[in-house]
Design a protein around this ligand. Structure first.
Ligand SMILES: Nc1ncnc2c1ncn2[C@@H]1O[C@H](COP(=O)(O)OP(=O)(O)OP(=O)(O)O)[C@@H](O)[C@H]1O
Ligand SMILES: [Mg+2]
Length: 293
């Protein structure tokens, strides 16, 4: 346009202002309007930590977990008729003593399920048993919401509003959410989706019966059985070590109470001290126990 008092606005629909032909003089200011740049597409969150490199079988537990998630996992593939759970998140709580393998089992299972949960995986350590302040649900919600594309200026300050926004954002997604080391049901509740087909796994050393109200399935994890413990020792320290002295290997497994944490520590010691016979390690551990008793 020409003439005094006219504005000359050119708007770039896709961020580019293309060639404009101007015949004659331009009067008045020239205004170029560009749309706000699209925020860079966020990567699909993939926050699960890796599974242990050496894995000792937990077949029965993995089968049970698969059954818990079945209605939800199958819904997309039309393999099962609707059970009424299709539009409700699945909540699984894995309980058990420290070092029994709760986190490892959850990771092993959830990595297998990744292809069925196309919107990704969220992970947080709720620090229920780390000796420092347990994680505040608001702090976790902020991180989760940001990972799901909510910008810092869109984040509500109030934890109830954050929780409501989280339910809105997750309702249409298929996400895996791993809440590790939960201290209480109250800490977990604000972090639960309300609808949709997310899979939430909570690990905890407590029993958290309060989550039954939210429809939780429970798995109380026990130490490995004798075969699983032997497998773990062989995989980490080398099968030749136990084969050289099966009685000492059995004594070591018993000493560890078949707890994966204790077994992996002993197996790592044996792997780095290739010439230490298992019997010597057992003697040393027994001496320490006697000294501490
Ligand atoms: N089935 C398994 N096969 C191989 N390694 C395992 C297995 N289960 C657990 N582990 C290993 O044992 C150690 C303890 O396991 P994990 O951290 O899962 O225990 P946890 O029950 O989650 O303990 P905490 O209560 O302290 O969180 C880890 O190093 C883990 O990699
Ligand atoms: Mg753990």
């Amino acid at each position: 346009m020409t003439g005094p008092g006219h504005h000359n606005d050119f708007t770039g629909g896709d961020g580019d202002v293309h060639a404009v032909v101007q015949a004659g003089a331009v009067h008045g200011g020239v205004h170029l309007t560009m749309p706000a740049p699209h925020p860079a597409a966020l990567p699909i969150p993939a926050q699960l930590r890796a599974t242990p490199g050496c894995w000792s079988d937990r077949t029965d537990e993995l089968d049970l977990l698969d059954r818990y998630a079945q209605p939800c996992a199958d819904a997309d593939h039309g393999q099962t008729p609707s059970t009424g759970h299709d539009d409700a998140p699945t909540l699984v709580v894995i309980t058990g003593a420290g070092g029994v393998g709760k986190t490892a089992l959850a990771l092993r299972w959830l990595h297998q399920l990744r292809p069925q949960y196309r919107d990704g995986q969220l992970f947080t350590d709720l620090r229920g048993f780390s000796g420092i302040r347990p994680a505040d649900p608001g702090e976790v919600l902020e991180r989760f919401l940001r990972a799901l594309g909510i910008s810092p200026d869109q984040l509500p300050r109030d934890v109830h509003e954050q929780s409501a926004l989280f339910r809105s954002v997750t309702a249409e997604r298929r996400l895996i959410i791993l809440l590790d080391n939960a201290a209480s049901a109250a800490q977990v509740r604000p972090l639960l989706p309300g609808a949709g087909r997310c899979l939430v796994v909570v690990t905890t050393r407590r029993t958290l019966p309060g989550l039954r109200v939210e429809g939780a399935h429970y798995l109380d994890l026990q130490p490995l059985d004798e075969t699983g413990a032997q497998q773990l020792l062989d995989a980490m320290a080398g099968a030749d070590r136990a084969a050289a002295d099966p009685d000492a290997a059995r004594a070591l497994i018993a000493h560890c109470g078949r707890l994966p944490l204790a077994l992996t520590a002993c197996a790592a010691h044996l792997a780095t001290h290739r010439h230490t016979p298992i019997a010597r390690l057992v003697t040393r551990l027994n001496d320490e126990r006697t000294r501490l008793a």
